[in-house]
Design a protein around this ligand. Structure first.
Ligand code: MN
Length: 247
């Protein structure tokens, strides 16, 4: 089993160390990850500057690009053969509901899915500095084992969110759908030391729609949340409504 590991928190993050170590129980691991934090870059691709690869030690490569660049570089240029599985994470912070569209962690799995490779994004649902990455890594092994054994339905990758607690305190994994949040974005404006205004995108506590069956609902109750995602953003319910518009 050849497994590629990436993330968006950067190659020096605690979450990727825990994930790479866990995946080494399942096969040969190659890490290709951004050389610095690239959270919330979404599915962006570097087109206007060259990319460079830095080998940190055997099987660990840093790329000065985005998570999507890392998956591309890893699969096309660095790994000797196409990996059997691509895993991304373990992100420091949840990737729930609409936030998956901002997530570099999820986008890396998305990119692997576009290449036809089974892929899983893992996130630890906390922004607290004290955290349980090694407990989350145990869950990552369990999920990866099932993906390896059963495969994934076509056009499907997984978004897994893991509660921040000891392994034996977590509730059983639930298969969930992507939830919704009410976005209460906040942009802070301040003045710099030279008297010019600057702005910084802030974030409030997300207001989650706590509906049964969603990723939010599962995580709020200490369950591991496993959401199957796909890239078809078409709103199929709207097709028939819009097809009645006359042009
Ligand atoms: Mn991140």
């Amino acid at each position: 089993m050849n497994i590629m590991v990436t993330n968006d928190d950067g190659i020096h993050a605690a979450g990727i160390r825990a994930l790479a170590e866990a995946m080494s129980e399942l096969g040969t691991v190659t890490v290709v990850a951004p050389d610095r934090e690239r959270s919330a870059v979404g599915h962006s691709l570097t087109l206007h500057t060259p990319l460079r690869i830095f080998e940190l030690h055997k099987g660990w490569y840093a790329v000065d690009g985005t998570p999507t660049d890392c998956v591309n570089m890893g699969i096309h240029n660095m790994l000797p053969i196409t990996p059997d599985l691509v895993v991304s994470g373990i992100n420091h912070g949840a990737n729930l509901g609409d936030d998956v569209t901002y997530s570099g962690t999820v986008a890396a799995a998305m990119e692997a899915n576009l290449m036809g490779i089974p892929a899983i994004a893992f996130s630890l649902a906390t922004f607290e500095p004290s955290n349980h990455f090694s407990d989350a890594a145990q869950i990552a092994i369990q999920v990866a084992r099932r993906v390896i054994a059963n495969g994934l339905p076509s056009d499907t990758f997984l978004n897994v969110n893991i509660p921040n607690c000891p392994h034996d305190k977590m509730c059983s994994p639930l298969i969930t759908r992507q939830g919704k949040r009410s976005f209460i974005g906040k942009i802070v404006d301040k003045t710099d030391p030279r008297g010019r205004k600057y702005y910084w995108v802030g974030s409030d506590e997300p207001h989650l729609n706590d509906e049964p069956g969603t990723d939010f609902h599962a995580i709020n109750r200490n369950h591991v949340s496993i959401t199957p995602l796909h890239l078809d953003l078409t709103n199929h319910k709207s097709l028939s409504i819009l097809s009645e518009w006359s042009f």
